[in-house]
Design a protein around this ligand. Structure first.
Ligand code: ATP
Ligand code: SF4
Ligand code: MG
Length: 428
């Protein structure tokens, strides 16, 4: 079970893109390892900044979290609802797949089958005679999925009684800790994901190419409300909701019937934001949301994003290659290098006590930050290929502090100070 403050958790998230074989004789299938095992919690109400060089996998990470790609490996948990509320089909499948597991010695390390079963059933699965509990759990999920709400109190009561009876039993308590209350987005079926998509939105870099040029602003903003069945076409509620979100995003009512090409870049980005916020999301990925705008408009849009966050209690993943913009908006900042997270810290700490040589190099490259405390260091060479990344620490060919161990052993992601994680054998 995870801390209640977490909204999204990526666990060992991997996204590999297969490369086309270059000849008939090429045996090995090669992959671009865009995300190569990322573990990260995003807390409710925070803005988590994500920075790194072009091609390090930032956008891929944002897209995988929203399941715009089917991830290659790992899990993405969403805690906006609990598992029992949504009752996804995968939960029933897991219960059925492991229904007849042999009794486990509760003192031994559980194998992967038991961990999978315990992620849904918790401690119930290790009790003698687990069938009644498993049965009640399965039927509760089935009834929820089929909207037979009148049956739920009966199953809930059975489960509550069993859990109360088992409380205090060491094996039960141990396995109860493996119970996962979040929804694993990577296991949802497309229809189940579609229902949650309303809460998980994205704001893109280039508002011009992401807005349909043949639709008016009113239609663009209202499109999602219609698609998710929140309003009916031509209804007064639709009109009202669109106008309200336009006002919230600083768009005048007369703009309702205009087309995207009739707007400036900053206004188009406001339309992109209004489109995402109209659905009242909980989590928004902003992928280079202000990078295409000039500096004064950038400030306006950043302030708008801030206002929306306060008003709607939003959680942002704010992706940008511009560290000063990220610093302005973020509570915590993650630094990515070649598909991995190399440093994660509260925003202020990342600048005032930089530990990873790569972060230090990124900071050195910002001319605007004059009073930096990190030692100046220039990044040499290009980002290596994510197809065959360097061994050990992937940064070693470019790192001035690299030693023998760096070439061979991948550094673990370690908490050096409270909340400040670094993956480096010789942190600064
Ligand atoms: N759909 C795809 N198919 C194949 N390869 C992809 C795909 N999307 C991204 N990649 C590759 O994955 C790697 C990471 O790309 P990604 O777009 O996530 O980087 P980024 O950090 O967002 O870069 P930028 O700052 O330039 O936007 C790159 O090597 C890219 O070529
Ligand atoms: S592990 Fe070694 S190569 Fe990697 S960043 Fe640290 S010092 Fe540099
Ligand atoms: Mg990108």
């Amino acid at each position: 079970m995870v801390n209640e403050s977490v909204l999204i958790r990526a666990e060992n998230l991997q996204q590999y893109f297969p490369l086309k074989k270059s000849s008939l004789f090429q045996r090995e299938q090669l992959y671009v390892r865009a995300n190569d095992g990322i573990t990260l919690d995003i807390r409710r109400g925070e803005t988590l900044g994500l920075v790194g060089e072009s091609g390090c996998g930032k956008s891929t990470f944002g897209r995988v979290l929203l399941q715009l790609y089917r991830q290659t490996g790992g899990n993405t948990f969403y805690y906006g609802h609990n598992l029992e509320e949504i009752a996804p089909r995968y939960a029933v499948k897991i219960l059925e797949r492991h229904w007849n597991l042999q009794e486990i010695d509760p003192n031994r390390e559980p194998d992967s089958s038991y961990l999978e079963l315990a992620s849904v059933a918790g401690g119930i699965c290790v009790m003698p005679n687990p069938e009644p509990g498993m049965e009640a759990l399965r039927e509760m999920y089935r009834a929820t999925a089929a909207h037979r709400t009148e049956e739920l109190p009966k199953y809930r009561q059975t489960l509550e009684d069993i859990r109360a009876r088992c409380a205090g039993n060491a094996a039960f308590e141990r396995f109860e800790k493996f119970r996962e209350t979040g929804i694993d987005l990577s296991k949802l079926e497309p229809e189940e994901m579609r229902r949650l998509r309303r809460e998980l939105q994205m704001i893109f870099q280039d508002p011009y190419s992401s807005l349909n040029p043949r639709m008016t602003v009113g239609q663009i903003i209202g499109e999602g409300l219609l698609a998710h069945g929140i309003c009916r076409r031509n209804s007064p509620e639709l009109q009202e909701m669109v106008q309200q979100v336009m006002e919230d995003c600083g768009l005048a009512p007369y703009m309702l019937h205009r087309y995207p090409h009739q707007f400036s870049g900053g206004q188009r980005q406001r339309v992109g934001i209004a489109r995402a916020l109209a659905l009242r999301p909980r989590f928004v990925v902003c992928d280079e949301a202000v990078s295409a705008l000039d500096v004064s408009i950038q400030a306006q849009i950043l302030n708008l994003l801030r206002e929306c966050r306060e008003r709607e209690h939003l959680t942002y993943l704010f992706i940008s290659h511009d560290l000063s913009v990220v610093k302005y908006l973020s509570d915590r900042i993650g630094v990515m290098y070649l598909g991995n997270l190399v440093e994660l810290a509260p925003a202020e700490d990342l600048f005032s006590s930089t530990h990873h040589p790569y972060t230090a190099a990124l900071l050195s490259a910002i001319p605007a930050i004059e009073k930096r405390k990190a030692p100046a260091m220039m990044l040499k060479g290009d980002l290596p290929s994510p197809v065959r990344p360097p061994s050990g620490c992937k940064f070693h060919p470019r790192c001035p502090h690299a030693t023998g161990i760096c070439k061979e052993v991948t550094p673990s992601f370690t908490e050096m100070e409270p909340g400040h994680f670094v993956a480096c054998h010789h942190p600064l």
